[in-house]
Design a binder for this molecule. Structure first.
Ligand code: PEP
Ligand code: MG
Length: 506
């Protein structure tokens, strides 16, 4: 259920053809322009951290010294910038460290933009992007995503890039499908493209039968059949939305969401050289809860690890990261980080309704330990006279088989449950969520999964606590109706378009 399937119209990026030509600029002018552009990207990107890294690099003497050295050796400023980008990228890509490797792309991306500024290339290659576009390109950079209207984009298809590239991170956070490392030579402007993320495949101009086969897998509100839509609406479940940034929160609330069922805080940590401070986090969480306009914001504590690498944490490499140090395990092992995050969330809770949620819980003892830390922080905030919500609800994600089997015990220690079907199905079915060859096993309606879901609902009912689902499963019409029938109180879906669909707001 993890990989997205979508259909849209090919919009092919041709950087050379669409670019305009203005006045050539000096190096100082180009750097000033680029800094302004990056600052705007930080404001608007769903993953601002990625662009903070760009700003740091633009201010890094290494870049400027290398460019100036090249100019001193007789290169034109534009060639000096290009060569500097390649040289710095070469240095970073040779280092055995995930964060520094990613900086190789940053260096090439920044130098490409600087070179364009120097040459006076003013054209905005993405300005005529069409609705429902599948952006097809040889390569896409994070800076490209800041230049396009992501609301129009259904998918990215690139010849270069990997599933963990920054552009993929941005795509995922915006519910955009992405396929990289695929042959794009047979795709023409305006072709209808069926994009299958799991299979890393693109079907060009699919026939009606093929589209029909994939319809159930399309996480697209427009294909929710009327009958399923009616049943979900009539069940009275709350419809929340998942978010990874303040921008996502705003889009969800605008679409009529009853609140945010999952705010993934990993994105606050991604693309950073050092983890964000408590103060930085506080500002983001506060802005997010204020954007909820009185509706609840469920903030999940850091769920780094597994398929969500957070390089700034410097985590040890693991052979089997999905079974390793992730979620609450990591927070309890790195209490410094955890305490900063809890304090930031508690402080933000003075500005709206925040619900705190712990990921990847496997033992009741973890909840007790985590809650003891929350109590410790609340005591110190009280002593310092800093306001916070004394009644903040604390819940957990149910995404391990252990949590299902002990859900009755866990229910005594928490205020709510939220089932993460993405992880729960991979752990119940023993089939990796990132492994397309076994994705056929990840069906939330598989007997084993339905039994697990039923057990969780019964355990929640037994203790009178609310129980929702925040995995991708809720975006599938058939699954959503079964979840309503099973007695879930809320569905938190991945995209604002589904909110409109399920709540009937336009
Ligand atoms: C899940 O596992 O279903 C979930 C919602 O969390 P994530 O996809 O962030 O692991
Ligand atoms: Mg999960």
């Amino acid at each position: 259920m993890e990989g997205r399937v979508t259909i849209g119209t090919a919009w092919i990026l041709d950087r050379g053809k669409v670019a305009g030509k203005g006045r050539e600029r000096t190096l100082d002018e180009a750097i000033t322009i680029e800094k302004q552009r990056v600052k705007a990207a930080i404001e608007n990107s769903p993953v601002p951290g990625l662009f903070s890294a760009h700003l740091e690099m633009l201010e890094d003497p290494l870049l400027l010294d290398t460019i100036n050295r090249n100019i001193d050796e007789g290169m034109t400023p534009a060639s000096a910038v290009k060569a500097a980008g390649e040289e710095i990228a070469g240095m970073f890509s040779g280092i055995d460290d995930e964060y520094l490797k990613a900086r190789a792309d940053d260096a090439r991306d920044i130098c490409r933009c600087l070179e364009n500024s120097l040459l006076g290339i003013t054209g905005e290659p993405f300005e005529d992007i069409t609705e429902e576009a599948v952006v097809v390109a040889e390569e896409l950079f994070p800076s490209d995503t800041a230049r396009m209207d992501l609301d129009k984009v259904k998918a990215f298809v690139t010849a270069k890039g990997s599933p963990t590239s920054h552009v993929r991170v941005i795509a995922r956070s915006r519910g955009i499908a992405a396929v990289s490392g695929t042959d794009i030579s047979g795709i023409h402007q305006g072709d209808r493209l069926l994009v299958l993320e799991d299979e890393a495949k693109v079907i060009v101009n699919p026939d009606g039968e093929t589209i029909k086969t994939f319809l159930p897998r399309m996480a697209d509100g427009n294909i929710f059949p009327e009958e399923a839509r009616r049943r979900v609406r009539e069940s009275g479940v709350k419809i929340y939305c998942n978010a990874g940034s303040v921008k996502d929160v705003k889009a969800a609330i605008k679409s009529g969401a009853d609140g945010i069922g999952l705010f993934r805080t990993e994105f606050v940590f991604m693309g950073k050289e050092i983890p964000p401070t408590g103060e930085e986090q506080y500002r983001i969480y506060r802005e997010a809860v204020e954007a909820c306009e009185g509706k609840p914001l469920t903030i999940r504590t850091l769920d780094a690890g597994g398929d969500k690498p957070v390089p700034c944490l410097g985590l040890a490499r693991e052979d089997n990261p999905f079974l390793g140090m992730r979620g609450i395990r990591l927070s309890l092992a790195r209490k410094d980080l955890f305490k900063d995050q809890i304090r930031a969330i508690l402080r933000a809770s003075a500005h709206g309704e925040i619900r705190l949620m712990f990921p990847m819980v496997a033992r009741v003892a973890e909840i007790i330990e985590a809650k003891a830390i929350v109590s410790e922080i609340t005591a110190s905030l009280e002593a310092e006279g800093i306001p916070f919500d004394m009644n903040m609800k604390i819940g957990i994600m149910i995404e391990t088989p252990a949590a299902v089997l002990t859900a009755d015990l866990m229910a005594s220690e928490t205020d709510f449950f939220s089932v993460g079907t993405n992880d729960l199905s991979q752990y119940i079915m023993a089939a990796g969520r990132d492994n397309s060859s076994v994705s056929y096993l990840l069906n939330p309606l598989d007997d084993a999964m339905v039994r697990a879901l039923r057990m969780v609902v019964e355990a929640a009912r037994g203790k009178g606590i609310p129980v929702g689902v925040c995995g991708e499963a809720a975006a599938d019409p058939e699954v959503a109706t079964v979840l309503c029938d099973l007695g879930f109180d809320s569905l938190s879906v991945g995209s604002p378009s589904l909110i409109k669909e399920l709540k009937g707001n336009d």
